[in-house]
Ligand binder design. Structure first.
Ligand code: ISL
Length: 602
């Protein structure tokens, strides 16, 4: 086990993720822009966050909403200009907030000049900047059929290989075929990426969130993945590959360490082994600051992928939290992130609680209490601070614009049609539709409702529709009304972030211990213990059940630091009266959460 690292700013930081397309539109185009973000910097600062992570707004044909970049050094004119980024850096800096950009270098757009050159002929010096292979062939009914080089499945359905007729070779794409994977084995490519990174760091950017950074090193042989499916899920082969650590250490030496106080948060899907994670984040290895891990996001995926129903229980959710809190703590010398939402997920209120009008706020506050009392760099996604819910069921699924949703829905439908009785093309997709309504990325990508009294809730003045659907009913939970309400979800987040700052010694640097067994019971309770700081006990009722009993552990004096239901309890009041009264019962309402300072405990 490695030693705790020197303390850095990001250990206590909260990062606010902004999805530029959906934050604020100033041009009446229906799509958010950088000027819109600049116009809201005071709002961002009012949350009490330390950094902003901006999802991509580089030049892009937008097949995957900017995660397909055609020029790393240009801002897409739909969002603004480089000047807007420079201004954003300044405006945020004035308010003590740093700007992180998204670094998407596992793949580019197929429109990137690098790919255009690579594709132009087999002998071009950039051919090897991407992953090209000859295909396989098979004779079917006397005819030669071309087959991809291996059986890997793309994460956006189908094969990871796309055939290029002109050169009679295939290139690899883990995501859409318009997102070809870069070949990190090529040192010239790596140098070019580092130069593009420096371009932004020189402009005062404080670091990067690194998209699928654990996928940049593929096994050179590209072996078939085990299994009998035509296209086989192969993340076990292309994630955490043979040279990934070498490349990241090189990136640190060549780029990141040349700038002060940089943060590098790597995205690492399909990675659940703490030993594998530690190899990226132990400070002496000089790779990344922390990883974004996906156990919670993948919790409700079913056997046929995200849009099939998954079975999960509270015990699973609690278990994942406990696992990572124990495995990666400051005292054990490895850091982590804490997050429940991003642009890749549905809204946490709808996924983990319920979105009834009665419970929405309660769930949102309970989850806010959970996240703000765990250790790790906290990443909150825009709109989460408002307790936004999933899209309402009135929005037809055909209007969901995401490439992932549409590809997966179509693929599942085609598979069903294939197995349907002759001629029957109307297959039942209601179960898939239900999963889309629960988990599609569009739910997180809804525009921010600034003011419900205005068209498009103040997000945009466009005449027609916004680029992606948004809830416009009474449940929009807009910023304007939440600003007026001291007990709103928004103001609860602000209070919790203040508390997190004040109690950072315990909540950020302290250790974690669950109270009792991790089980399916409604309550999740845990201790946070800091060195030379008071212990905090967090008690959360994670269900809609009212009147849930929790027995305060013996021998403590409990002072309420935070509560989700101020009508019922008052922060600052004692909960357990005296040490002798330890062991007393408290009763929790639906989704109620309590954070208690413990001044003495056996
Ligand atoms: O979104 C997902 C599941 O719904 C994930 O599988 C996601 O594709 C994965 O976490 C990688 O995400 C990142 O890279 C993708 C992009 O589509 C995502 O938006 C991005 O966060 C390709 O760049």
């Amino acid at each position: 086990m490695s030693q705790p690292s020197p303390r850095k700013w990001f250990h206590t930081a909260t990062i606010y993720q902004i999805y530029p397309s959906s934050f604020r539109d100033t041009t009446a185009s229906g799509l958010g822009d950088l000027a819109g973000i600049i116009s809201k910097v005071d709002y961002i600062a009012s949350l009490g966050v330390d950094a902003v992570w901006l999802s991509p707004c580089y030049k892009s044909p937008n097949v995957d909403m900017g995660y397909d970049i055609s020029d790393y050094r240009a801002i897409d004119p739909r969002y603004g200009s480089i000047g807007n980024i420079e201004r954003l850096v300044q405006e945020l800096r004035k308010r003590g907030i740093r700007l992180l950009l998204d670094l998407v270098v596992n793949h580019t757009s197929n429109q990137h000049p690098w790919f255009q050159e690579s594709k132009s002929n087999k002998h071009h010096p950039k051919r090897n900047w991407y992953i090209w292979r000859p295909g396989r062939t098979e004779v079917v009914d006397g005819k030669e059929v071309k087959l991809p080089p291996n059986n890997w499945a793309s994460l956006f359905t189908g094969s990871v290989w796309h055939y290029d007729e002109a050169t009679d070779e295939w290139y690899l794409h883990i995501f859409d075929y318009r997102q070809p994977d870069l070949n990190w084995e090529n040192p010239d490519l790596r140098k070019a990426v580092y130069a593009d990174m420096r371009f932004w760091l020189d402009k005062g950017v404080a670091g990067f969130r690194m998209d699928v950074i654990n996928m940049i090193s593929k096994p050179t042989e590209l072996p078939d993945a085990p299994g009998t499916e035509q296209y086989q899920h192969a993340a076990g082969l292309y994630c955490n590959g043979p040279h990934v650590h070498e490349y990241l250490q090189e990136m640190r030496r060549e780029v990141l360490d040349r700038y002060p106080d940089i943060v590098a948060v790597g995205e690492a899907p399909f990675t659940s082994d703490p030993a594998v994670v530690r190899a990226y984040v132990e400070p002496e290895r000089k790779e990344l600051s922390a990883l974004l891990l996906y156990d919670i996001f993948d919790l409700d995926s079913g056997p046929g992928g995200k849009f099939t129903a998954g079975d999960w229980t509270l015990k699973d959710l609690k278990g994942i939290v406990c696992k990572w809190q124990r495995a990666l703590s400051f005292s054990s010398g490895a850091w982590q992130t804490v997050f429940l939402e991003s642009h890749d997920a549905a809204r946490s209120v709808s996924r983990f609680g319920d979105r009834t009008v009665a419970n929405r706020e309660k769930v949102a506050k309970m989850l806010a209490m959970l996240e703000t009392t765990l250790s790790g760099t906290l990443c909150i996604f825009q709109g989460q601070e408002l307790g936004l819910t999933n899209l309402s069921d009135e929005v037809p699924i055909e209007e969901y614009p995401d490439v992932e949703t549409q590809n997966m829905y179509r693929t599942l439908k085609e598979a069903r049609q294939l197995f349907a009785r002759d001629g029957e093309k109307e297959v039942d997709m209601s179960d898939v539709a239900e999963q889309v309504r629960l988990k599609a990325r569009e739910h997180g990508r809804q525009p921010i409702p600034w003011d419900a009294s205005k068209p498009h809730a103040g997000f945009s003045e466009c005449k027609g529709k916004t680029w992606t659907p948004m809830n416009t009913d009474a449940a929009v939970c807009d910023v304007a009304s939440q600003e007026q309400d001291a007990d709103s979800v928004l103001n609860f987040w602000r209070r919790m972030l203040k508390l997190r700052g004040k109690e950072a010694e315990t909540l950020c640097f302290g250790d974690f211990e669950a109270v009792g067994e991790v089980d399916d019971e409604p309550v999740f309770a845990y201790w946070r213990r800091g060195k030379e700081a008071r212990t905090i006990l967090v008690v959360l009722n994670m269900t809609a059940q009212d009147g849930v009993r929790f027995r305060l552990p013996m021998g403590g004096v409990y002072e309420l630091l935070a509560c989700t239901d101020p009508g019922k309890r008052v922060a600052g009041e004692g909960v357990g009266e005296t040490p002798e009264n330890g062991g007393q019962d408290i009763w929790l309402g639906a989704y109620e959460g309590l954070g208690m300072g413990v001044t003495s405990q056996r």
